[in-house]
Design a protein around this ligand. Structure first.
Ligand code: ZN
Length: 146
């Protein structure tokens, strides 16, 4: 099992983001460094939720916005470590839609349950596999640091 190493202030920022956008989903990008057992997160970047059709259960980061975030990350010597979003009034487990829309193999996907406006569980899943055909989510441990 891999581990997502993440400083406490970044965990809190993700969870607060989900509370702020409740009852809609929030989403964002995690930047960091790869380690042999999982990503070491250095920062989180908030992204706009462009799924105006059903923002309460869908999230999407505009390709142009993602390109900008990736360019900034490269400047800082960081990689895209993963993505985070919230599940308003739903468990912190990936949905079939989350799986279908996950394409960054090797990245971590972090989900926070926000129940009645309050952040509850936060879980992380590694998108493992070699190709789009054999990709799959694996549970990973979250190690919260200072
Ligand atoms: Zn989701």
């Amino acid at each position: 099992m891999t581990t997502l190493h993440i400083p406490k202030p970044i965990v809190e920022a993700m969870r607060t983001h989900g509370e702020e956008t409740y009852p809609h989903e929030c989403c964002g990008v995690l930047l960091g460094h790869p380690t042999p057992d999982g990503w070491r997160v250095a920062s989180a970047v908030r992204a706009g939720n462009t799924r105006s059709d059903s923002a309460h259960n869908r999230y999407h980061i505009a390709p142009l916005e993602l390109v900008k975030i990736q360019r900034e990350a490269t400047k800082q010597g960081l990689d895209i470590a993963g993505f985070y979003h919230s599940h308003p009034d739903h468990p912190a487990q990936w949905s079939p839609t989350d799986f279908a829309e996950a394409h960054w193999i090797g990245c971590s996907y972090v989900i926070t349950e926000v129940a009645h406006g309050t952040a509850r569980a936060t879980n992380s899943f590694l998108l493992a596999g070699m190709t789009e055909e054999d990709k799959h989510f694996e549970n990973e441990t979250i190690a919260i640091g200072e």
